[in-house]
Design a binder for this molecule. Structure first.
Ligand code: SAH
Ligand code: SF4
Length: 391
């Protein structure tokens, strides 16, 4: 474009460091070049279609429309000690998990690296503008900590001096737990991780250790990710310890079964020294039996892993629902008895269709035919009436 090379760095600083693509905020660029540069290099990729807030504004969900009309969601969650951004890696998902709204709609397309990064930049911008209040919204059940960001917590910035004005926090954690299977869009996701984690001006300067990539268990891609020398946390969506049930909850299990997925996860843990987060959506009378907790505990005991239990967020029309509190407590207790660390994820955003894909599903319900479910969906098994007193 006939510009001096340092313009690239200037633009990158605006975008990655100041979260802006607005030319009137780029006072270090000559007036005449601002518009052509921004138009050519920072095209607007995502347009907010709907924005929903809850938890007193501390949770903000955005439904984005891409340039070609696809719908994707991102969620920003502010906590007292961290800010977590949940991003989508694909518009839709081709993996067909029957409890997941995104899975029901099928895959529209992969997102580009820039479309993934743009979700985070938009969230950072909201925070910087002071639009996400609080950080002390009600969040967690008592004994078990809220753990939407299994990668651990990172304080959103250096401690403030006594006379400093309070600074808006920055995004501290990123989880690839929005729409899509990140490892099915491997190249764009890994490139996005690099962009998000390299220092300004190459990227947003977020710590790799605060990034979590959640996968349904694509074994070759897990191995490939282990070889990238990134220190991102891997989350494996297991949802069942046995192949029989996992084949139905996570259809890709027919290709890579539980043992193989876990072996890949342990190799990942060995290569990165990062603890694996085992995601387990607790579904009433489907996968929440005490014997399955024991089976899961036996698989994970002594491993560099912890379990993140997710109370199922029922999708519209689903016959499944979250586990009873007593079953959930017993599940936790049995895992702990095997020495396996366990957290129960908090349920931020339920009232704003917070679960994966729900908002996009409701927005496009009239225009899209759902993909046929690839597997028969098991019905809940009736639970025997508890006999012992005190249950
Ligand atoms: N495709 C990836 C990442 C996106 S889904 C994966 O499956 O891991 C992020 C997490 O949300 C996964 O653990 C997924 O199983 C879970 N999830 C999807 N739908 C859900 C629902 N209705 N209730 C609770 N958790 C759900
Ligand atoms: Fe895809 Fe994950 Fe939903 Fe399964 S749970 S359909 S892999 S987004």
């Amino acid at each position: 474009m006939g510009q001096p090379p340092f313009r690239a760095s200037q633009l990158s600083r605006h975008f990655f460091g100041r979260y802006t693509d607005q030319t009137d905020e780029m006072s270090d660029l000559p007036q005449a070049s601002r518009e052509p540069l921004a138009q050519a290099l920072l095209p607007r990729l995502l347009t907010a279609e709907r924005e929903l807030s809850c938890d007193g504004g501390a949770t903000r969900k955005t439904l984005w429309r891409t340039f070609d009309g696809a719908l994707v969601e991102s969620v920003l969650m502010r906590y007292p000690d961290r800010v977590t951004m949940c991003v989508s890696s694909q518009a839709g998902c081709g993996m067909g998990c029957p409890f997941c709204a995104t899975g029901q709609a099928g895959l529209t397309r992969n997102l580009s690296t820039a479309e993934i990064v743009a979700q985070v930049v938009a969230g950072a911008r909201l925070l910087a503008d002071g639009q996400i209040p609080g950080g002390n919204a009600p969040s967690k059940p008592s004994r078990i900590s809220a753990a939407i960001s299994p990668g651990g917590t990172h304080p959103p910035g250096p401690p403030l001096g006594k006379n400093d004005p309070p600074k808006p926090p920055r995004i501290s954690n990123i989880v690839f737990m929005g729409m899509g299977e990140p490892l099915a869009n491997y190249a764009s996701v890994v490139a996005a991780v690099r962009r998000l984690t390299e220092p300004v001006p190459e990227g947003m300067g977020i710590s790799q250790r605060s990034v979590t990539v959640s996968t349904v268990g694509l074994v070759p891609a897990i191995a490939r990710l282990a070889a990238e020398r990134l220190s991102v946390t891997l989350a494996v969506s297991l949802h069942a310890p046995d192949d029989e049930l996992r084949d139905t909850l996570v259809p890709v299990n027919r290709r890579w079964q539980v043992a193989e997925v876990l072996d890949a996860a342990w190799d990942y843990a060995a290569a990165t020294r990062r603890r694996i987060s085992i995601e387990y959506a607790l579904i009433r009378d489907i996968n929440d039996q005490a014997w399955r907790a024991d089976a899961l505990g036996a698989l994970l005991a002594g491993r560099l892993a912890h379990v993140n239990l997710i109370p199922l967020n029922p999708t519209p029309g689903s016959k499944w629902t979250a586990s009873r509190p007593a079953a959930q407590r017993e599940f936790v207790r049995r895992l702990e008895a095997h020495g396996v660390p366990v957290t129960v994820r908090d349920t931020r955003g339920r009232e704003i269709d917070g679960a994966c894909g729900q908002l996009a599903a409701s927005a496009s319900a009239s225009s899209r035919t759902p993909a046929p479910s690839p597997v028969p969906i098991p019905s809940p098994v009736p639970t025997p009436t508890p006999t012992s007193a005190g249950r």
